[in-house]
Write a protein that binds this ligand. Structure first.
Ligand code: SF4
Length: 204
């Protein structure tokens, strides 16, 4: 698996991303903490992977300002998401990564995609080995729809066709989480984006 991650890292670099390959979530957390600017404020996109690294708690222990909409009541989220775009650093995961270095995200309200494109000048995308797919965009999309979305829907208590039937049926999906799909073919311009590939299963 490590070799596949190294190949994906090489492909990401050829697309303008920085990339690091780490063995564990703990090592990835150390890497991110040591690499990010001193005192930088940090926004976190919805991410089980980031939660599993324990980075939020460690960033707060360092006295940093951390914006994470998962921690506030729903009524406060829009304002916090808006504020988060002014953070120095953005942390998120990816829904899928191809071996060719294509990162694919599907968002409900677009905050992760927005955070990766605008706002924070440094972005870390933490990607567990389970997100890596063989093939291209179609396989990445399939992974998101058949693996990531059902688990995310269950976590949120949503009744969706993908949770009931194991496959997407967007026309019959009244509680869709899939509003915006983005494929990052190259690193967004004007900022630094670091893909942190981890040789552990993390997130969905
Ligand atoms: S559109 Fe609905 S059914 Fe399809 S993957 Fe998204 S949440 Fe699941």
């Amino acid at each position: 698996m490590r070799e596949m991650l190294e190949r994906a890292a090489t492909a990401l670099r050829s697309r303008g991303f920085e990339a690091a390959v780490l063995d564990t979530a703990a090592e990835a957390a150390e890497y991110v903490l040591s690499d990010m600017p001193q005192g930088a404020s940090v926004a976190i996109g919805g991410s089980m992977t980031v939660r599993q690294t324990g980075l939020c708690e460690r960033l707060r222990a360092q006295g940093r300002r951390v914006y994470w909409h998962w921690e506030v009541p729903p009524a406060e989220r829009p304002a916090l998401l808006h504020e988060a775009m002014g953070a120095d650093v953005y942390l998120c995961s990816a829904n899928a990564l191809t071996q060719g270095g294509l990162i694919v995200q599907i968002d409900g309200n677009g905050n992760r995609i927005a955070g990766m494109c605008y706002g924070p000048q440094t972005v870390y995308v933490l990607i567990g080995r389970n997100k890596l797919v063989e093939g291209g965009y179609a396989q990445a999309l399939r992974r998101v729809k058949e693996i990531a979305c059902p688990q995310n829907a269950r976590r949120q208590g949503l009744d969706t066709p993908c949770t009931r039937e194991g496959r997407c049926n967007a026309e019959a999906c009244a509680s869709s989480m899939c509003h915006i799909t983005a494929a990052f073919e190259r690193a967004p311009g004007g900022k630094r984006t670091v893909a942190v590939l981890i040789d552990e299963d993390l997130g969905y």
